[in-house]
Design a protein around this ligand. Structure first.
Ligand SMILES: [Cu+2]
Length: 175
């Protein structure tokens, strides 16, 4: 009986967890294969070099991002825009996005972030664990960062405003 109850609760939790996933994951267009003409050693500029991944993510006044996954290709230029769709000021409900190296101790990172109010909750001492990060913004604001996608892998991202990373987190997946 206990077991059944547990399973039901788990089911409800996973249902609600899916509730916010209204963003149908836009599959990045796979570049069609180059026609296989044997051009001998003619240096062609890599397609990835001119290719820009334009990504967007939005935070709100109830401490959520609108997506939990962002994707790019290794070496690709990434233009990532964070929007804040809410109305609250950044002092109360500020959001940023911080992309971390795999294996970063997120609890330790966010603990240091709490003490980093002067730098908008970005702990400079942890910069070595950071791939890229935006500034902190309040309701109605947007900010864009540009960086080069690192090697293939899964890079966790969070909002480093105190308490937010419990809800505002996801994976930046580099293929
Ligand atoms: Cu936040």
């Amino acid at each position: 009986m206990k077991m059944i109850k547990y399973v039901m609760i788990a089911g409800i939790v996973s249902l609600t967890a899916c509730g916010s996933g209204d963003e149908s994951s836009k599959k990045a267009e796979q570049p069609s294969e180059e026609p296989k003409t044997e051009t001998p050693a003619q240096e062609q500029p890599a397609a990835a070099a001119t290719d820009v991944a334009e990504l967007e993510i939005t935070g709100n006044d109830i401490m959520r991002y609108d997506k939990t996954e962002l994707r790019a290709k290794a070496g690709q230029k990434v233009k990532l825009t964070l929007h804040h769709a809410g109305k609250l000021a950044k002092e109360a409900m500020g959001h940023n996005i911080v992309i971390l190296k795999p294996g970063t101790d997120i609890a330790a990172f966010t603990a240091k972030a709490i003490d980093a109010k002067a730098t908008d909750y970005f702990p400079e001492s942890e910069a070595g664990n950071v791939i890229a990060h935006s500034k902190l913004i309040g309701g109605g604001e947007s900010t864009t960062i540009e960086f080069t996608a690192p090697a293939a892998g899964t890079y966790p991202f969070i909002c480093s405003f105190p308490g937010h990373s419990a809800f505002m987190k996801g994976d930046f997946i580099v293929e």
